[in-house]
Design a binder for this molecule. Structure first.
Ligand code: ZN
Length: 154
């Protein structure tokens, strides 16, 4: 089964792709236009509006990152857990309510929230304005070194 999502033909498309020996870059445009991106999985006949995954776009090897747009009043229509990945939700704009294991937590611009793989999660934009957030997904306990133990001045 093909579980990957790709950017739909009718979607807004990333611009100005550039690639070098040690980098890949695209321009996504204003975050307030994230709602114009549509990702689809043709095999499962699923379309996801207002979501953009960066793993394939940038060839990420250690994490998945999504950028998300939730219109006013939008509620994620399912709850989910993960098999092995923890998620970090970073709210860039707007506010709403996050639910983990039946506990409700208010989130707003500037909120950062880590959810462990087993957390049963869903969320809702309870406000009357759009909500924009980023989700970073990485394998729990996989990071071996970071910042000063990993960066090298050259
Ligand atoms: Zn998830």
């Amino acid at each position: 089964m093909n579980t990957q999502f790709e950017i739909a033909k009718e979607s807004k498309q990333p611009q100005n792709a550039a690639e070098g020996k040690n980098f890949k870059k695209v321009d996504l445009g204003s975050f307030t236009d994230l709602g114009k991106y549509i990702m689809e999985n043709k095999e499962l006949n699923m379309k996801n509006e207002g979501k953009l995954f960066l793993h394939d776009l940038l060839g990420l090897s250690g994490c998945e990152i999504s950028l998300n747009y939730a219109p006013a009043g939008y509620k994620v229509p399912f709850k989910h857990t993960h098999k092995q990945n923890e998620e970090v939700y970073i709210v860039l704009k707007g506010n709403g309510v996050f639910e983990i294991d039946d506990e409700k937590i208010n989130i707003e611009e500037g909120s950062v929230l880590k959810v462990s793989p087993d957390g049963i999660r869903t969320m809702e934009n309870t406000s009357d304005t759009e909500m924009i957030f980023m989700v970073i997904q990485t394998k729990e306990n996989s990071l071996e070194q970071f910042t000063l133990t990993d960066a090298q001045i050259v």
